[in-house]
Write a protein that binds this ligand. Structure first.
Ligand code: GAL
Length: 351
């Protein structure tokens, strides 16, 4: 009786509290790249802050960014296993190349939670956005915008083949687009790099002719920047509709200026905070909380029925800037509506 009560006192979800782990939790966080601003600007700081809040300031986040190098990420993971972190949050550069590392961590008794991208190997949970919905939102927006029939040619600029999200974005976008337009060229972009997207777009322009491109499906904002730069270099002044994803500040401004048609807003705080909660609950052995945080199920090529949480996303166009990134405090009006964009902002009533 006394023992049960003592265990109960150690946490707010007391009934299942592990008596061995209190607030001194170390979360190892492995993120994939820096070219896209989300990782350093949102994912890392939000996770850190949430772990801090959940552990009364006593928990720690050890962070490593692989900068698109899958081998480097394997080493970073190994180092965290050697240092005996309590749990890993892993956003894989290459979801299958990291599987051996995931196995090692598991063997060492360290649970691995796949973050944003579904890593292969024995993961404990997967926290991400609804990536199928991302592709649907992009594809549907472009298909609706291009209402000139199947003769219209578009270019598809997809993400990296090492990222399973990229395949989901592409497949879902295709279901929306393929009956309505012609996919004249389609590329998988190495490392998601804007410069690679720019080079592929140059090739598409020479093959199709700049004037014959009715729209571009770009899987994210960084690559949309590369696509726009290629079109401008080819002398295009009236840009076709171009999609994106991530609600990067540059992209929000391009949307204001009319250079980019849309992006997808993914509420980073919700994804990152959920991941921190799941990681801490897992270490503390709070099974009920862990289960309620992971109501969905996903399967990877190696593992079936992984408990998951897939956060909903929203389209970001000129008319939804206010109800998404501004309302959620992602950017302030001052950050978005700089001198160059002030008149577009006031036209839309953003103040
Ligand atoms: C995806 C991620 C996107 C974007 C992209 C490029 O996996 O879901 O938000 O960051 O990678 O890194």
């Amino acid at each position: 009786m006394t023992l049960t009560l003592a265990a109960c006192g150690s946490g707010d979800d007391g009934a299942e509290a592990s008596p061995t782990k209190g607030d001194d939790i170390t979360v190892g966080l492995l993120l994939p790249e820096k070219a896209n601003s989300r990782y350093e600007k949102f994912d890392y700081p939000i996770i850190k802050k949430k772990v801090d809040a959940l552990t009364d300031g006593k928990g720690k986040v050890v962070y490593a960014n692989a900068e698109q190098d899958a081998a480097a990420q394997n080493r970073q993971l190994q180092k965290m296993v050697d240092e005996k972190v309590d749990v890993l949050l892993l956003d894989a550069v290459d979801s299958s190349a990291i599987a051996a590392g995931v196995k090692k961590a598991k063997k060492a008794g360290i649970p691995v939670i796949a973050y944003d991208r579904l890593a292969e190997g024995p993961i404990d949970a997967y926290i991400s956005f609804d990536n199928e919905e991302v592709g649907q939102v992009q594809g549907r927006a472009l298909a609706d915008r291009l209402d000139g029939g199947k003769g219209q040619k578009i270019v598809m600029m997809n993400g990296a083949v090492t990222d399973p999200n990229a395949a989901q974005f592409k497949a879902a976008a295709l279901t929306e687009l393929k009956a309505k337009v012609t996919i004249a060229k389609s590329y998988d972009t190495k490392d998601w790099k804007p410069a690679n997207a720019r080079a592929n777009m140059m090739a598409a322009i020479s093959a199709i002719g700049a004037g014959n491109i009715a729209g571009v499906y770009s899987a994210n904002d960084g690559m949309a920047g590369g696509v726009i730069s290629a079109l401008k270099a080819a002398g295009v002044t009236k840009l076709p509709p171009i999609t994106g994803q991530d609600a990067e500040l540059d992209a929000v401004q391009r949307i204001l200026a009319g250079d980019q048609f849309m992006s997808v807003y993914k509420p980073y705080p919700e994804e990152a905070e959920t991941a921190a909660e799941v990681a801490v609950a897992r270490v503390r052995g709070y099974g009920i909380e862990f289960d309620s945080l992971t109501p969905d199920k996903v399967s990877s090529p190696t593992d079936k029925n992984v408990p998951a949480n897939l956060v909903q996303v929203a389209p970001l166009t000129r008319t939804t800037i206010e109800s998404t990134v501004i309302q959620d405090g992602i950017y302030t009006v001052e950050e978005i509506c700089t001198a160059k964009y002030r008149s577009a902002c006031s036209e839309l009533g953003i103040k």
